[in-house]
Design a protein around this ligand. Structure first.
Ligand code: NIG
Ligand code: FE
Length: 415
């Protein structure tokens, strides 16, 4: 048995208790001063003040990490990414900076479809190698659980290849990966105006294979003007639900289509983006307990208005924050950037942002029972920051303060 004690943390941020946290509950990050966490092999055994945790244990049996002057947090959960892809789209970023729009580039055949072309050319090994580099970069920011989507194949073979690359990485990389099927991510020219036919193909040909190989837990769709309508999305999501998938959707990103309302109607675990979510959509997400997953780095990179995170929390929603790492709208996995945008531009407190990046992120990927907080029985996933308080995270803007990352009780990153 391997015991590891992290003690005398100036702030031990537990995020323990209720999951997901909604509304006013999000401001409670469960902070313990002079805190300690005892890990036994890959699980957390005890959490409390240093004197409480030390009381019942033989210190000689423990590896000890002194955390005076430092902050200890649960490992971050990046609950929305597209980290498996081939090729890059730096040209599109430059065009957008000159005034081009994301959707007009997509309509001209660029955007997601450009990445589809590049991803179709990559082997599973190549995709896994690219994915591994990206996971390594996430780990340095303290991310220990990540959601990853397919959606750059659109055909059966490539969608499965993306998901298999994630499965391979989940088995060999310290970060836990929660896979999502996003076959309906874009419409290829040959399916323009025949979206329903494309969806039927995904439902009858691809999803059964995904299920048979257990390659995805969630099904997702890009519900957007000129991509998949609310009616098409409802149709697909209900079929996916019948097949046993949990649901997510890219909702109300560019146009207020009613994606948030649809998420509530179909019982989605989360609705993501939500830049244009209506008042009614926000009310329904709160009522039905749909997690509002906000991706502020995407709004930032697209120069779009930020989602109304403050209002969502005030209306009682459970908000998660994630990177949306992808080669088009948002090529960043920077947790410090998300924290800065959440605090500075979305008027969230740092406690709310931390809740959104930990326990609510875990709930958004169906893992709130195993990760997202420091409490006995959960996975021993923790992050140690260089400074004594989470207040330093937005204040030392854009800087990675992570010194140490533990995954399953082992140090996997040390600055
Ligand atoms: O979440 N909006 C749709 N999908 C992604 C972007 C994917 C891409 O541009 O490659 C998103 O922003
Ligand atoms: Fe996305």
């Amino acid at each position: 048995m391997n015991k590891c004690l992290i003690r005398h943390a100036s702030e031990l941020v537990t995020c323990r208790g209720k999951a997901p946290r909604r509304g006013g509950e999000m401001n409670d990050a469960g902070i313990i001063k002079d805190g300690a966490v005892l890990m036994c092999d890959d699980k957390i055994e005890a959490v409390g003040t240093t004197s409480q945790v030390e009381a019942g244990i033989n210190l000689e049996e423990c590896q000890i990490i002194e955390a005076q002057g430092r902050t200890v947090l649960p490992g971050f959960v990046d609950s929305h990414t597209h980290f498996i892809f081939g090729g890059f789209r730096a040209d599109e970023f430059a065009w957008r900076m000159k005034g081009d729009s994301y959707m007009s580039i997509m309509e001209r055949g660029g955007g997601i479809n450009a990445t589809v072309t590049a991803t179709r050319q990559a082997s599973q090994e190549e995709l896994a190698a690219l994915g591994r580099e990206r996971l390594d970069a996430m780990l340095e920011f303290g991310v220990t659980t990540v959601e990853g989507k397919s959606g750059y194949g659109l055909d059966c073979e490539t969608e499965l290849r993306q998901l298999r690359a994630m499965k391979q990485l989940n088995e060999t990389h310290p970060i836990d990966i929660v896979p999502t099927f996003l076959g309906p991510h874009s419409v290829l020219p040959e399916y323009k105006g025949r979206q329903r036919e494309f969806l039927d193909k995904q439902i009858t040909e691809v999803l059964p294979l995904v299920k048979a190989e257990n390659l995805a837990e969630f099904a997702d769709i890009f519900c957007e003007d000129n991509v998949f309508s609310v009616e098409d999305s409802r149709y697909y999501l209900n079929r996916a639900k019948e097949m046993g998938f949990k649901l997510k959707l890219h909702a109300d990103e560019m146009v207020p289509l009613g994606g948030a309302e649809l998420a509530a109607e179909v019982g989605a675990v989360s609705a993501d983006h939500l830049l244009q979510a209506s008042d009614e959509g926000i009310r329904r997400m709160a009522e039905k307990g749909v997690i509002s997953t906000l991706l502020p780095a995407t709004a930032f990179c697209l120069k779009e208005p930020f989602a109304r995170g403050r209002k969502m929390i005030d209306e009682g929603c459970a908000v998660a924050i994630a990177s949306d790492l992808n080669p088009g709208s948002c090529f960043t996995n920077s947790i410090p950037l998300l924290i800065a945008l959440g605090c500075i531009y979305m008027q969230l407190s740092i406690e709310e942002v931390i809740t959104a990046l930990t326990i609510n992120g875990a709930a958004a990927v169906g893992r709130a029972d195993t990760v997202g907080s420091l409490e006995p029985g959960k996975k021993a996933d923790a992050v140690i920051l260089k400074y004594p308080s989470i207040q330093y995270l937005p204040y030392h803007t854009g800087i990675n303060l992570v010194q140490t990352v533990l995954k399953n009780g082992k140090v996997v990153y040390q600055k």
